[in-house]
Design a protein. Structure first.
Length: 306
């Protein structure tokens, strides 16, 4: 275990603990720093504190186990659609039903297992469980996500997501007929008090701020095809916001109800992503078609309108 002792000097007084450590450890993302603080691996004057604690002159910070962990997940020959790849990153078109990273009950058969087999290098910032994973998609959400191949690229890409310079676009088929052609949903989101596996809209002084923009693409009477653009990246954000405005996503039996269509999950697809390449600063944009099962539902609805 590698332990780091840090003494706060005058120029850092008043800074948030998580912001200071994010600047101090360039190899870690801010979300990773927050997790370290919440897990008790960061002590301020010998005490566990919150991420937003303001630093004072001569404060003593102890960071436990601050080494980047080596990877030990098992590589598996699972077919994945690699849309783009360079020395810093890869863009993957994840199919519905594929879990992104190992967890209890899903130790194998995940995207991470496939990445370890198909890609030579992956960033180690998120440790042994989530190597290379800059952002994630739910198991039953399909579409594009970025994978980092080294720690420098990982920090850069995570920063782009945090500062909203990485643009993520989704298409969803929602229940009901949207009143407005476009709009913005702004709430706070936190873990649901009724079901800890779900997220929920909460009061302003609880949880984290979540912003989602939407635009109606096509109306089918009892259904609406919608483009969602994330301004923040909270867990289940689009699904929670869709429920909040009374238009749950078709096929989402967690936040909505079972659909009359025979589906294995929600009709939610991350179809476009735009970001800056970390080394070249070139702006990159990728898009992918809707999955066949999604397009078949739309074709069926189109035929009903004729």
């Amino acid at each position: 275990m590698n332990t780091k002792h840090i003494k706060i000097e005058n120029e850092n007084v008043g800074q948030r603990l998580d912001v200071f450590l994010s600047n101090f450890f360039n190899e870690f993302t801010r979300s990773h720093i927050k997790n370290m603080i919440e897990d008790g691996n960061v002590l301020l004057n010998g005490q566990k504190v919150k991420s937003g604690t303001k630093l004072k002159q001569n404060d003593d910070i102890i960071v436990l186990d601050c080494e980047v962990k080596t990877l030990d997940a098992t590589p598996q020959n699972i077919d994945i659609d690699i849309v783009y790849e360079d020395d810093d990153l890869a863009v993957i078109n994840k199919p519905q039903g594929l879990v992104v990273h190992p967890a209890n009950g899903n130790e194998n058969g995940t995207l991470v297992n496939a990445l370890l087999y198909h890609l030579k290098n992956l960033s180690g910032i998120n440790g042994v469980i989530r190597p290379g994973i800059v952002h994630r998609l739910d198991k039953n959400t399909s579409g594009l996500l970025i994978v980092a191949k080294n720690d420098k690229a990982h920090v850069n890409l995570a920063k782009q997501i945090e500062t909203k310079s990485c643009h993520r676009h989704y298409i969803a088929l929602c229940n009901g007929n949207f009143k407005d052609d476009e709009g913005e949903i702004v709430t706070n989101i936190s873990r649901s008090k009724k079901d800890r596996k779900q997220m929920a809209v909460c009061d302003e002084n609880v949880g984290k701020k979540a912003i989602t923009n939407y635009k109606v693409l096509k109306r089918y009477g009892e259904y609406t095809l919608v483009e969602f653009v994330l301004q923040t990246g909270r867990t289940h954000q689009i699904r929670v916001h869709s429920k909040y405005i009374g238009h749950t996503i078709v096929g989402d039996d967690v936040y909505g109800s079972k659909s009359k269509f025979k589906l294995n999950g929600q009709l939610l697809h991350a179809y476009k992503i735009e970001f800056t390449q970390p080394s070249t600063n070139k702006r990159l944009c990728f898009s992918c078609d809707l999955p066949d099962y999604f397009q078949k539902i739309l074709n069926r609805l189109d035929n009903q309108k004729k």
